[in-house]
Design a binder for this molecule. Sequence first.
Ligand code: NAI
Length: 463
Amino acid sequence: MEITKICCIGAGYVGGPTMAVIAQKCPHLTITVVDLNQERIDAWNDENTDNIPIFEPGLSEIVAETRGKNLFFSTAVDKAIEEAQIIFISVNTPTKTYGKGKGMAADLKYIELCARQIAKVSKDNKIVVEKSTLPVRTAEAIKSILDNTGNGVQFQILSNPEFLAEGTAITDLLNPDRILIGGDETPEGQKAIQSLVDIYANWVPQDKILTTNVWSSELSKLTANAFLAQRISSINALSELCEKTGADINEVARAIGMDSRIGPKFLKASVGFGGSCFKKDILNLVYIAKSYGLNETADYWEQVIIMNDHQKKRFADKIVKTLYNTVASKKIAFLGWAFKKDTNDTRESAAIYTADDLVNEQATICVYDPKVNEKKILADLDYLETRSSVENAKSVKSFEDPYEACQDAHAIAILTEWEEFIDYDWKRIYDAMQKPAFIFDGRNILNKIELQKIGFVYQGIGS
Ligand code: NAI
């Protein structure tokens, strides 16, 4: 089958950037990204590409270059499915909030809806690509829905998990460490795999394109995220020990990172990892292991989450304890709300949980984040349902100017590692704060010695 048209269902953090890069690298293909969310699609179509719904360095430029030429954003889901030879499914797969597997298993209702829609609309053979992160053997369920349409249309299902990291999505997509494609071992399956390989081969070297069976591909994505998160929890677990013993976690990380078997990346102690993926994917892995009776495997990986929750809680506790055991009516400035730098994504951000804990202690939180607005911040807190929206809005405010956010604060907490924080005029900030002026550097990005010279009481993580 000749591939000329691609459809991607889900215009989110994965669907948007991934398709923009494919459009740029494959001008011979027409790509339509569809979503049910009209507001999101309108934002993708905003005349000014600075207003697209997702902030990623380099993304708006690629959208400006390709949109309207061979990249389109639309809510006309059926039409895009019908016309395409390849359909990517990039919808969200959150943790279930109800029923069996609540709080652990992946909620596959959005995936199933996509499969049913594809089954209903398709009139000719198609390749369906799982781009979303899915539990092992999900392809089987999708296949069973697609194979029972009764209209003779043949579907090939491929697993092509996305390994991009938010904040560096565009560089990751342009120069991926690897592309993984899983498909059936039948001749038809191999043909489908080849069609997708041919797309990536437009810019990815052949030796970086791995092909495998569907189940190995699905499990590789969960495993990659579990390993990455495990490194963060491992270093964070040791950061607490450093604080007790007088060792410095930054020094420990540097020393072990030079061991080529360990490597230096992903060894930074922090307030804890966030983001939509790590927690959800590990919980999903734990759930799958448990469902096969592999309790030791499940417990092993669950500990990564337990440690991360502990690290977030410990940060809030440390703030309260250091501020003489009370933050009631005190003003705490938060620098950063996004779950990491260079993204406007706040899902599962440590900032949300730290703020929630401190508001429970009756603190007032003043937030500055270069890419996150007050509406989003309050929505994140409301989502926890700890208190009413009115109460959240009374306790948490957001500012467009970092100096204003820090004015009269008793303490500053660094929640995101935005680079601009490093270069602030810290003397000016210090002068405008209550004394003693505390800084809790949840990302270990500031210069401790310089800040102490100014007069700050500085506390990092793990030192
Ligand atoms: P997202 O929530 O940003 O985007 C998903 C989009 O799908 C939403 O805009 C939603 O409206 C749309 N959608 C849901 N059901 C739909 C339907 N039936 N028809 C049309 N549109 C529908 O999610 P995100 O972050 O892009 O993640 C998508 C998947 O990719 C998840 O499985 C995630 O685990 C995985 N992933 C995410 C990464 C990330 O960094 N965010 C990285 C790698 C994988």
